[in-house]
Design a binder for this molecule. Structure first.
Ligand code: ADP
Ligand code: FDM
Length: 212
């Protein structure tokens, strides 16, 4: 019998919502319960394209806005063969940011149309579950100062949050909103339960194509 595929699980949310903390804890919990799982994060700063993106985010170089949007998308596409292989082998992928961050961040810039922003990512592997870690700007501020990277200002993050809210109206994507203001452990329990359900549901379904 063919092996059951892994699930593609994405965590999204504004800066400091706890995405990285929760991705790590979820992978650890899944592995401990005997389910193969790995974490991926976008941007993947290790590839040639990712290094260019990283220099842009660190403000070490400037890139034209459309260009950098397409680079973020290319950075996802370059990982697709590996992602598909892992999923087919039964490994669940827990992804820290995906195309939704791509669209929310670029469309928060003036003059960017949502459909234009989505188009390069149309056809990417479709997540079985996208959890949006919801956190108010006031709660996020309590978790510390913004860093030095591009986009790390409260004004820009507020616009990004509005763009995410718009994207979440799309019922073709399995969005689930998580209250990220709870303790790390409570948020983890919530995310783990939803992920285990998604893994069960995904195992006998074909992998979908995003926004198609
Ligand atoms: P993100 O990846 O969304 O930017 P992180 O996981 O890096 O967020 O967390 C940002 C900061 O908030 C870190 O210092 C982390 O320890 C802290 N943090 C994460 N989750 C919680 C939580 N539920 N309650 C309080 N602090 C948290
Ligand atoms: N970001 C991330 C984008 O602008 N587009 C994208 O497609 C993705 C995946 O890059 F400010 C932004 C979001 C964030 C930054 O920061 C990445 P982290 O701290 O590595 O998540």
């Amino acid at each position: 019998m063919a092996c059951k595929r892994g699930a593609l699980i994405v965590l999204e949310g504004v800066d400091k919502a706890g995405k990285t903390t929760q991705c790590n804890k979820l992978v650890q919990a899944l592995q401990q319960s005997g389910k193969p799982a790995e974490m991926i994060r976008f941007p993947d700063r290790t590839t040639t394209i990712g290094q260019l993106i990283s220099a842009y985010l660190e403000k070490k170089r400037d890139l034209e806005d459309h260009t950098v949007h397409l680079l973020f998308s290319a950075n996802r596409w370059e990982l697709v063969p590996l992602m598909k292989k892992k999923l087919e082998q039964g490994t669940t992928l827990v992804v820290d940011r995906y195309a939704f961050s791509g669209v929310a961040f670029t469309s928060a810039k003036p003059g960017f149309d949502l459909d234009w922003c989505k188009s390069p990512d149309v056809g990417l592997p479709k997540p079985d579950l996208v959890m949006f870690l919801q956190l108010s700007p006031a709660e996020a501020a309590r978790r510390g100062q913004f860093g030095e990277e591009r986009y790390e200002t409260s004004v820009f993050q507020k616009t990004v949050q509005q763009k995410f809210e718009h994207l979440m109206k799309d019922t073709s994507v399995n969005w689930q909103v998580i209250d990220a203001a709870k303790s790390v452990d409570d948020v983890h329990e919530d995310i783990k339960t939803r992920s285990l359900n998604a893994i069960l549901a995904a195992q006998n379904l074909p992998l979908g194509e995003l926004w198609k």
